[in-house]
Design a protein around this ligand. Structure first.
Ligand SMILES: [Zn+2]
Length: 576
């Protein structure tokens, strides 16, 4: 037993990680030093003070004309947008393993004059792509990872995986970067012609499902000089919010136990079961739930429960997400989790170690930027859905046990815009999921554009959420979202008051009383080994289904799917 060495709960920052694999430590060393130095130098040159110019001021009529031009240009790019959405969908890569996705996206950006820095924060699939010069510097991001076991044929209203058991875009993270790229390339043309100063920095949310990277990007200084950030996330309406987003922040932590193996039949008394420690941890946590606030969410999966029943498990591990509404409450939950795991180790005479695998603050978004964006949302509106789009949406909703008219969210695709979402009071929030974009939002003015590329009323993190994601629903939603984003970026570049007001809100309202304290420590490293084995298992088979736009106009056509494909009307949906 070695409890003392695991008692590492600090006063402020968290608990540095223990026992990282050597692959974590060597991630950066794979990159040639010269290339690194060059890219660092180059990215510094992009924002050298000598190149910083005052923001351009334009007349409202001129801005309107440019916005009209942007929407026309983005409409012209619909084929290009559709190819990107379909391509990333077909890659279906899990967090930290977004190798094909990142290569594909950065190739497009590089060809279009962006300067790429690969492997940021020691994450091989993370990057920044910069274009332009001087201030302001606007960051544009979106997640790129997918969901385990969510493989699904697009355009099919019932469960029909492309590959059984394989990962798939069961959230829709295949659509955000195509949206960003469409928007910034349209804007870049105008900025070049009109000589609008400023720098655009694209970046990916790698391993968002593990809350795995954004706090590291912040800690490692990639957003240090950035003036504002627009993030995009798939949704089923076009919306933006400001203030407290009403969601939870969280810590993701792995507790590993080490005991002693023995013959479970012949000499069980010689064994010390690491699995017993995992089970006792979970039992204690589930008793502890009764005494926790209703805003908390906590869940776990047993990552290692031993090998076979006749060997007392010498190693076992359990992976927890601890979610709460505020930083102090998140840290309290984490502290309680550590204490319980230590108690389980004591009871079983095993040794416990723990490490942080991810983290996120609760979100808070910028009011002046959200208000500017909402004007553009009203101007663009929702896509025009066809009969086929609505038929697929309603069939998927019915399949998920949510038939038409049963709930507000079960009547097909959205046809009226969401209002500008107001802040949620901490006291009235019920808690919920998390997104590490929040760590960026507490360091610089940030908003999230939610765009209508998916079907309302689905379970989330599920194969059903992949149904729409390589169909005209996603394609049109991304095109509409790209227009809103491009118009809002233009506002940020040519209306100096928007960024000025955004900064005032950030300092005088958002961070007046609440100060950001990183959940990760200075020495924690991104858990880049996550999902390695799953992708190794499925990638060879998945490669056969990568989209080939040279041969097929759409991914639906490549897969031979009639749009929409519905369950035989004689058979009722079972929602399997
Ligand atoms: Zn997401």
């Amino acid at each position: 037993m070695n409890i003392k060495t695991t008692m590492r709960f600090p006063t402020k920052n968290i608990l540095s990680a223990i026992g990282f694999r050597s692959s974590v430590l060597t991630a950066d060393s794979r990159k040639p030093i010269a290339a690194l130095a060059f890219s660092c130098l180059f990215s510094t040159m992009l924002v050298m003070p000598s190149q910083v110019s005052a923001q351009t001021k334009m007349t409202p009529a001129k801005i309107d004309a440019l916005k009209t031009e942007l929407t026309k240009e983005i409409d012209k790019q619909q084929k290009f947008t559709q190819e990107m959405v379909d391509m990333v969908f077909s890659f279906g890569e899990l967090g930290f393993q977004e190798v094909e996705t990142s290569k594909y996206l950065t190739d497009i950006l590089q060809k279009n004059g962006f300067v790429i820095e690969q492997g940021i924060s020691g994450v091989p699939t993370a990057w920044t792509a910069k274009w332009g010069s001087g201030k302001p510097i606007i960051a544009v991001g979106s997640d790129i990872d997918c969901i385990p076991k969510a493989s699904q044929k697009p355009g099919v209203s019932y469960h029909d995986p492309i590959i059984e058991g394989a990962p798939g875009h069961g959230e829709g993270h295949n659509s955000g970067q195509p949206l960003n790229i469409t928007a910034v390339l349209a804007l870049k043309k105008i900025m070049e012609r009109e000589k609008i100063p400023g720098t655009i920095m694209l970046w990916p949310g790698v391993a968002e499902e593990q809350l795995g990277t954004k706090a590291y990007y912040v800690r490692d200084g990639y957003f240090k000089d950035v003036d504002a950030c627009i993030f995009t996330h798939v949704a089923n309406n076009m919306s933006v919010s400001y203030g407290d987003a009403g969601n939870n922040g969280m810590v993701s932590a792995l507790f590993s136990f080490e005991g002693q193996a023995s013959h479970a039949g012949a000499a069980p008394w010689r064994g010390k079961s690491a699995l017993d420690a995992v089970e006792l941890t979970n039992i204690a946590w589930n008793y502890h739930r009764e005494h926790m606030e209703t805003t908390q969410r906590s869940h776990y999966v047993i990552k290692d429960g031993g090998d076979q029943p006749n060997v007392v498990p010498s190693k076992a591990s359990v992976w927890y997400y601890f979610r709460e509404r505020t930083y102090p409450k998140i840290m309290q939950m984490y502290k309680d989790g550590i204490k319980i795991a230590e108690g389980a180790a004591q009871m079983t005479d095993t040794k416990m170690t723990y490490e942080v695998l991810g983290s996120a603050w609760p979100g808070h978004f910028n009011q002046p930027m959200a208000e500017a964006m909402y004007e553009n949302i009203k101007a663009v509106g929702l896509p025009k859905w066809t009969e086929a789009d609505q038929t697929l949406a309603k069939a998927a909703q019915k399949e998920m046990g949510n038939p038409e008219g049963a709930t507000v969210e079960s009547n097909g695709l959205a046809t009226t815009l969401s209002p500008l979402a107001k802040p949620t009071a901490t006291s009235s929030s019920g808690g919920g999921g998390s997104d590490d974009i929040a760590d960026i939002s507490w360091n610089l003015p940030t908003i999230v554009l939610r765009y209508p590329a998916n079907i309302p009323g689905l379970p989330g993190h599920h194969w059903a959420n992949a149904i729409a994601m390589a169909t005209p629903i996603a394609h049109k939603g991304v095109t509409a979202g790209a227009k809103v984003e491009a118009m809002t970026l233009l506002d940020l570049f040519v209306k100096p008051e928007v960024i000025k007001n955004a900064k005032t809100y950030f300092t005088d309202v958002q961070t007046k009383d609440v100060k950001y304290t990183p959940i990760i420590s200075k020495t924690d490293k991104p858990a880049i080994h996550l999902n390695e084995k799953i992708m190794q298992e499925f990638r060879p088979e998945m490669k056969k289904y990568y989209y080939d736009p040279a041969k097929y106009p759409t991914y639906l056509e490549q897969l031979g799917i009639k749009y929409p494909t519905l369950r035989d009307t004689k058979t009722e949906g079972t929602g399997k």
